[in-house]
Design a binder for this molecule. Structure first.
Ligand SMILES: Nc1ncnc2c1ncn2[C@@H]1O[C@H](COP(=O)(O)OP(=O)(O)O)[C@@H](O)[C@H]1O
Ligand SMILES: [Mg+2]
Length: 582
């Protein structure tokens, strides 16, 4: 007797069920997607006991004829594609014709459906077998009820998690669908209690507001950028807010929610130099790419896609997010969010090459260097190199507060700049430029500085010797670990080169394994931090103006290099509200 046998189709369906229907949340996902594919404008989801007792999804979509309602339960029965060619650029969520038979094989399943008001069919099935088909009048649309999920699949049932965790999966599934299809109305009920009630929304931001709260939504920065054939839209968290609420990541590609580590990493890369390492932002990304650039049929639950040219997509994502973070909208707010630009940046500066720099308006002449000259070290405008003459910047009257903050007024509110953080951002970008592209201006000392280093500092210096030279430190080794410093960078007149060098070496000690770019970033951030003006330094009016201009010319003016804000805004709206004027 042969040992190999073709499995009866009920068993085959149960095996397939394991792929498509892992848990109640997958049932919800499949049924909601079917409702969307049927053109529903309104979808109601009811679940009981974390979906194990009942999942019911009702829609006002096209409905099914009696024949179709029965056929829908057969394997590979789909109305959505007819041939393999249709898979290219397929727009519907479903196309494999697997979900309903798979779910049906492990539950009691009921379909009530009508293609016009007042007609209708009811199909009842259990364990994959249709038990009854009869007339049942209803309004146009479909209601699919799935009861006693996995009642006949004890192996599956064992893997079910707690009601709580199944419920979390279900609400995630509905939230995901609601983020993808903002135009559709959704409700979700758990054990009789309303959990979500979402009217159709005009934008991603208003949908996010309806789900997670208006305050949260208002705090997100808008992303909207086109690179070649790729459009990247969405909302991302302000660096200053990252870590203050739970992290949420949603990626939509051509109207389909997907998991994609590469896209998420690319977006996170855009935050570099604004966040401490290990802290990760919330992201809501909505990508549109040409249909033939992406294969959606690589995953049974269609949760992943394959890009033909992943690199281009990821680069577009990183660029789009970086641009969003370059806008002053991404600065932290005091009180309620208000969406206004702070430094009149007409277009955010691109990162990478500085080819298409930002255009800025002017109505006041700008001081030549960052800082006025005084004392022994002539401060040749350290920033002169970064300045492009065609760029002009409006400098408002500035007031220094507590020798720490610069305050200025705008049409829509007041803005505070943290002078240390701001200068740090300026120097960081300048030093990165020097490390990656060329030399930094430096100042020759009249009398060289002699430094005696301990062995650890000595090693750290040897390790980073070239990089220090590129930053503008001309240093000669002088036997053992004695260094003679001939030239230093000139970030400002009060710059203490010796202290900066020692503190930097301190931070770099043992920092040996990072890649080249990461090392540059680390060194630039460290030197910038040590070299920047401090809180408590009094600034002259010219210095304040120069700092303002230099900050406006950075790619990320609103964020310092540690994930804090350089700029904090307080809108007149909020001020008026606090004074009871509104
Ligand atoms: N809510 C619904 N409204 C209208 N038709 C539906 C609905 N749910 C399922 N169908 C029909 O049943 C078919 C089978 O559904 P399914 O097993 O999920 O496969 P797929 O979605 O991959 O086509 C669909 O192609 C569709 O024609
Ligand atoms: Mg389907």
């Amino acid at each position: 007797m042969s040992r190999i046998a073709i499995l009866p189709s009920a068993v085959a369906d149960q095996i397939a069920a394991g792929e498509v229907v892992e848990r109640p949340a997958s049932v919800v996902k499949e049924l909601v997607e079917n409702a969307l594919d049927a053109g529903a404008a309104s979808i109601d989801v009811v679940v009981e006991a974390g979906g194990r007792a009942l999942v019911r999804v009702s829609d006002d979509g096209s409905g099914m004829s009696r024949d179709d309602a029965v056929l829908a339960l057969a394997r590979h029965a789909t109305s959505k594609i007819r041939s393999a060619d249709d898979l290219v650029g397929v727009r519907s969520f479903g196309f494999r014709g697997e979900a309903l038979p798979a779910i049906c094989s492990v539950s009691h399943l009921d379909i009530e459906t009508a293609t016009a008001d007042g007609e209708g069919t009811r199909v009842s099935a259990a364990g994959g077998a249709v038990q009854e088909v009869r007339d049942a009048a209803r309004r146009r649309g479909t209601t699919v009820s799935v009861a006693r999920l996995f009642y006949n699949a004890p192996a599956r049932e064992k893997f079910m998690r707690s009601v709580r965790s199944e419920w979390r999966g279900i609400s995630d599934a509905v939230v995901t669908a609601a983020l993808v299809r903002r135009d559709v109305r959704f409700t979700l009920l758990h054990d009789g209690r309303p959990a979500l009630a979402l009217p159709s929304a005009p934008s991603l931001r208003s949908r996010v507001a309806a789900i997670f709260g208006a305050r949260y939504a208002d705090g997100l920065v808008e992303v909207d950028d086109v690179a070649g054939a790729v459009r990247v839209c969405g909302l991302v968290e302000r660096p200053a807010d990252v870590g203050t609420a739970s992290r949420r990541v949603f990626v939509i590609v051509n109207g389909r929610a997907v998991r994609d580590v590469g896209v998420v990493r690319a977006a996170e890369a855009a935050y570099r130099s604004t966040l401490p390492s290990g802290v990760r932002p919330s992201l809501f990304l909505d990508l549109t790419v040409p249909a033939d650039e992406v294969d959606v049929n690589v995953h049974p639950a269609k949760a992943e896609v394959r890009f033909r040219d992943r690199w281009t997509i990821e680069r577009a994502v990183e660029r789009a997010v970086r641009r969003a973070l370059g806008t002053p909208d991404s600065a932290a707010d005091v009180g309620r969010a208000w969406q206004r630009s702070v430094l009149t940046l007409d277009a955010p500066a691109p990162f990478g090459d500085g080819a298409e720099r930002t255009a800025l308006r002017v109505d006041a002449p700008v001081a030549d260097g960052l800082f006025a000259q005084n004392d022994g070290l002539t401060a040749t405008a350290a920033l002169a190199t970064a300045v492009e003459p065609e760029e002009e910047i409006v400098v408002p009257p500035l007031l220094q507060l507590r020798r720490t903050y610069l305050l200025f007024e705008r049409d829509d509110g007041v803005v505070l700049i943290d002078q240390h953080s701001a200068h740090e951002r300026v120097l960081y970008e300048q030093f990165m430029g020097a490390l990656e592209r060329g030399e930094s201006p430096s100042q020759r000392l009249l009398f060289p500085l002699t430094l005696h280093l301990g062995p650890a500092h000595g090693d750290a210096f040897d390790e980073h010797r070239d990089l220090f030279a590129r930053l503008g430190f001309e240093i000669e080794g002088f036997g053992g670990h004695t260094l003679l410093v001939h030239s230093v960078p000139t970030p400002h007149p009060r710059f203490d080169a010796e202290r900066c060098l020692r503190e930097t070496l301190d931070t770099l000690t043992g920092d040996r394994h990072a890649g080249v770019h990461a090392r540059h970033e680390r060194l630039a951030a460290t030197v910038a931090c040590k070299a920047a003006i401090k809180a408590g330094d009094a600034l002259s009016p010219e210095e304040m103006r120069a700092l303002f201009v230099a900050l406006a010319r950075t790619t990320l003016p609103a964020h310092d290099v540690h994930g804090r804000s350089t700029i904090v805004q307080l809108g007149w709206d909020e001020i008026d509200r606090r004074f009871g004027r509104k």
